[in-house]
Design a protein around this ligand. Structure first.
Ligand code: NDP
Length: 455
């Protein structure tokens, strides 16, 4: 492999699934140029025409839904049913934004003939991570297009294949330049983030990269939507349905092999229910969440060896500081970057599993004397994406309102209503980004006040 190529690795086998360009300023330059050129025509189209393009895009992608899911499943190590669900939801987003960006949204009347016009920014850069390659890309991309932006899309160098195929399909229905794809790692991401012709940038990724993108955006006085790392807490109260709590936490900690920014990474459980909770969570880890290589198992591999090593080092640090491994904790023999669902107890707050983003199927369980202690310890972390509360007490819910997080899930995890809007706390991000509809469009279009004076 030459220096200007990156080998992409199949997480189930460790074998190469192909090579992509490593990325270059020159390639970024061409892509931004094309998107910039397409912007004038695309943004000037009547809304109903842009909406029809988005519907056509959904139709074209839907014709390849199983093919895209198969690619996603292989590339990101997902179970095929999960990959299909994500691909279908990703495609639906084109139909959603075909309807959401209405003429009424783009020109919002005020009294006396005044109005607020929503304008596109211009070329938008979209840097997408490897944990949900198409789902995260299409959470943003159709909405960005719908209000008239054009997009330069950089998939992760670890999972580029579904983006490459989806872009080929989209290119058969959308005008040239409306979506440009750039491949590579930071050698593509950095020049893209620094390009002054990029007028809006969205990054879902690590806090470190987010700070660099934010710095570049500050210099260019350009908005940046940054969805970054997390270390989400779940606090389990006394008097709850422990079986339900254990199932919810297993899902929150082990789904997608724990590689979700809003995974539950710190678990605080009330002493009154702790023993039963740990036993039931362990049963979940060794049952439903056993490795997919075992019958009935739902846990896929980690994205690659690098990520598995991070997880392993966090477990080793916890054990060295006195934690006990109840189940898991050791990489299995055989190919692929698998790591088992792991339950750790005897946890203290200075362990890496409680301070640094682990991004793996690890459930560190800290026992607390009361819910308030759980809230206090949950609040000590500087990340602030989301928190989950398992409780039947309104007083406990009220006590948790001090948490500096963008989302609070109560007796649930990962629900997003249309219109949901959140801004991460702490080092987890910048910019309020809605889930769908107007609350999303507000983040990807700029308001212009138009007044007829006359008063
Ligand atoms: P990063 O945020 O580190 O990288 C994202 C992409 O941006 C990579 O392609 C990276 O290239 C590139 N990049 C590097 N420097 C710049 C720059 N200055 N400007 C623009 N782009 C740049 O994410 P990773 O995918 O490497 O994952 C690392 C960690 O991020 C994970 O372990 C996890 O903790 C977190 N993460 C969070 C996610 C979330 O949903 N919030 C999703 C995925 C990961 P290069 O690889 O060369 O650095």
């Amino acid at each position: 492999m030459s220096d200007d190529q990156i080998t992409v690795v199949d997480p189930r086998t460790g074998a190469s699934s192909g090579e992509i360009p490593a990325g270059s300023r020159a390639a970024v330059d061409v892509a931004v140029e094309e998107a910039d050129r397409a912007f004038a025509t695309w943004s000037a189209l009547p809304q109903r025409v842009r909406s029809q393009f988005l519907r056509d895009a959904a139709g074209a992608l839907r014709g390849h839904r199983e093919e895209l899911a198969a690619i996603e499943s292989r590339d990101a190590g997902k179970l095929i049913d999960d990959a299909q669900g994500e691909v279908d939801a990703a495609i639906d987003s084109f139909d959603h934004f075909a309807e959401a960006a209405t003429d009424e949204y783009l020109e919002q009347p005020l009294p006396d003939g005044d109005l607020i016009r929503r304008r596109p920014f211009g070329v938008a850069a979209l840097i997408v991570p490897w944990n949900f390659p198409l789902l995260i890309a299409f959470r943003f991309l159709p909405g960005m297009l719908s209000v008239g932006n054009t997009v330069v899309w950089k998939p992760s160098e670890r999972t580029p294949w579904s983006a490459i195929r989806a872009h080929e399909i989209l290119s058969t229905v959308l005008p040239a330049g409306v979506i440009e794809l750039v491949l590579g790692d930071g050698r593509a991401g950095k020049p893209l983030a620094e390009d002054p012709r990029v007028k809006l940038i969205s990054l879902t990724g690590s806090t470190g990269t987010g700070i660099q993108v934010g710095e570049a955006s500050g210099r260019l006085l350009r908005p940046a939507l940054l969805e970054l790392g997390g270390k989400d807490a779940v606090i389990i109260d006394q008097g709850v349905d422990v079986e339900f709590a254990a199932r919810l936490v297993a899902e929150g900690a082990f789904s997608n092999a724990g590689q979700i920014c809003t995974s539950m990474e710190r678990i605080f459980v009330h002493r009154a229910v702790a023993d039963e909770f740990i036993e039931r969570l362990t049963n979940e880890a060794t049952g439903r969440w056993s490795l997919e290589t075992q019958p009935g198992g739902h846990l896929g591999p980690m994205i690659d060896e690098r990520q598995r090593s991070v997880v392993e080092s966090h477990v080793a640090d916890a054990v060295a500081r006195g934690a006990r491994v109840v189940t898991g904790g050791v990489r299995p023999d055989g190919p692929g970057s698998y790591f088992p669902a792991t339950v750790l107890v005897d946890i203290t707050d200075e362990m890496l599993v409680m301070t640094a983003e682990t991004f793996g199927p690890i459930a560190p369980v800290a026992v607390v004397d009361n819910f308030e202690e759980g809230v206090r310890r949950a609040a000590s972390e500087e990340y602030g994406l989301a928190a989950t509360l398992v409780t039947t007490s309104e007083a406990s819910i009220a006590a948790a309102s001090v948490l500096d997080v963008g989302i609070v899930w109560i007796n649930s995890w990962h629900g997003y209503a249309e219109g949901a809007l959140h801004e991460a706390g702490g080092r987890s991000g910048l910019g309020a980004i809605g889930w769908k509809g107007k609350s999303f469009l507000d983040a990807v279009s700029a308001p212009q006040f138009v007044s007829r004076g006359g008063r």
